[in-house]
Design a protein around this ligand. Structure first.
Ligand code: DX5
Ligand code: ZN
Length: 215
């Protein structure tokens, strides 16, 4: 069970210090948004490169961008150890996943709440992780969508059938109230933004979330 705090709800004027407040995190989740795939704009590869120099914790880049086929490799190049592209935006997901792996990054594919996993089942062996979004991507602090739980379950089943070690990440509205549901459905990597950064002690919250997921 891995906890991946999202810095989307952290203080952007002090990101180095904000990351230092989550030293127990397994990964730092960096939400890249381009104002096209989602109606919000955040970081680019230059910021990822700076963040990778600011922490020992590996970076998990979640690319909510159009044309990841063209732009995703720059994030691996910038030091992200895991790069997640949205399958709704990718033109050639297999080629892209292979390219990311060749660069030494973990290759990961994300699904928005309305995107089913079944059409992509055959792609699983090309991937190191699947991200099942549990809110519509674009903003932190949204309410967890229970309607995504059956898809987490089906994705876990499909992963088991491959026999491979593919991680299943959930992202959106994950908190002390919802994390158990996700773990029970088969998730093993948990992104939490507002739950971590609205806590008085973010690192304590990381530990509490992990304990709850493992319970
Ligand atoms: C939403 C982002 C999430 C977001 C999660 O588009 O992908 O990573 O930061 O924030 P919370 O945990 O507040 O839903
Ligand atoms: Zn995210």
């Amino acid at each position: 069970m891995q906890i991946t705090p999202s810095i989307l709800n952290a203080d952007f004027a002090n990101l180095g210090a904000e990351i230092a407040r989550i030293s127990s995190a397994d990964w730092v989740h960096v939400d890249v948004m381009d104002n096209h795939f989602v109606p919000n704009l955040t970081f680019g590869p230059t910021m990822v490169e700076a963040l990778s120099r600011a922490t020992e914790i590996p970076l998990d880049a979640h690319l909510m961008i159009e044309d990841p086929d063209r732009w995703a490799p720059a994030y691996a190049e910038a030091g992200a150890r895991s790069v997640t592209f949205h399958v709704e935006a990718a033109k050639a997901p297999v080629r892209l996943a292979r390219e990311l792996r060749k660069q030494g990054a973990r290759a990961s594919m994300a699904l928005k709440p309305a995107t089913p996993i079944e059409p992509y089942a055959d792609l699983l062996p090309e991937l190191d992780m699947v991200l099942v979004m549990t809110v519509e991507p674009g903003f932190g602090g949204q309410k967890f969508l229970d309607l995504c739980l059956p898809k987490i379950r089906r994705t876990r089943e499909l992963i088991e059938r491959t026999g491979g070690e593919i991680w299943l990440q959930v992202d959106g509205g994950v908190s002390m109230e919802t994390i158990e549901r996700c773990a029970e459905a088969g998730a093993d990597v948990f992104v939490a933004g507002s739950a971590v950064y609205s806590a008085a002690d973010p690192d304590q919250m990381v530990k509490a979330l992990r304990a709850k997921a493992e319970a």
